[in-house]
Design a protein around this ligand. Structure first.
Ligand SMILES: Cc1cc2nc3c(=O)[nH]c(=O)nc-3n(C[C@H](O)[C@H](O)[C@H](O)COP(=O)(O)O)c2cc1C
Length: 214
């Protein structure tokens, strides 16, 4: 299929949404845990989660335009704290169900059958079954003016990684962790390691470099 802007804009609505949502490929799916002002827990699935920087350690989350139902976003505004929990294969149906619009005060942990874990070191609800999880504090956020989405940046305060998936060099073995990725808003993928390379440098033998026009 080839589509120009006019073609894209005239596509049938759900086809267009599915297509554009899949264009960014499979993205690591996370469950975001928060508390509301009454300290009731909330849990929701997000796949627009990105690495912002390693030092200071920061992650970003892209939120849909904020509305009355945006519990995760509002809870982070209120408490500044949130948890990011990678989703193991075994938890996919329950994790997907957290995207339903539960009323305020209903905990998706209970409603979707996901075990909640609390720890003394960080005031945020974690997902017990998750092998890779972290606690973050709101750092800054940016409104994307053209569509009113919000890129929220959090600073990592706490990391919990199961020993079975942490490698001696700091890598996380995502094969073993069985953390899932999402394509669009309804399809889940399992990742498989293909290769690992040393840090890429320009070769001393410049003949392998692409030729430049001068
Ligand atoms: C696979 C998947 C990925 C999602 N990713 C995002 C996302 O990155 N950003 C977002 O705002 N909503 C995303 N959603 C939608 C939220 O999960 C949904 O709006 C949910 O109701 C938010 O819950 P809350 O009101 O408790 O915050 C995603 C949904 C699914 C199924």
């Amino acid at each position: 299929m080839i589509a120009n802007l006019a073609d894209i804009e005239s596509m049938e609505k759900s086809f267009q949404t599915n297509l554009i949502n899949h264009l960014s490929g499979a993205k690591a799916a996370h469950l975001i845990g928060t508390y509301n002002e009454q300290h009731q827990s909330n849990l929701a699935i997000f796949s627009n989660v990105i690495h912002i920087g390693a030092n200071p350690a920061m992650m970003g989350v892209l939120f849909r335009p904020v509305g009355a139902d945006s519990h995760t976003y509002k809870n982070i505004q209120a408490n500044k704290q949130f948890t990011l929990n990678q989703i193991p294969v075994s938890l996919v149906p329950q994790a997907h169900q957290t995207s339903a619009r539960y009323t305020l005060g209903i905990s998706e942990f209970e409603a979707c059958g996901i075990e909640e874990e609390t720890i003394p070191e960080f005031d945020g609800p974690f997902v017990k079954q998750s092998l890779v999880k972290m606690g973050l504090i709101w750092e800054e956020e940016h409104l994307i003016k053209s569509n009113q989405t919000v890129l929220l940046v959090g600073k990592i305060q706490y990391i919990s990684i199961h020993d079975s998936v942490l490698l001696p060099n700091g890598h996380i073995d995502l094969d073993v962790a069985q953390s899932v990725s999402a394509g669009g808003l309804d399809t889940y993928y399992q990742v498989k390691k293909l290769a690992q390379f040393p840090y890429a440098k320009v070769s001393a033998d410049a003949s392998h470099e692409p030729r430049r026009n001068s």
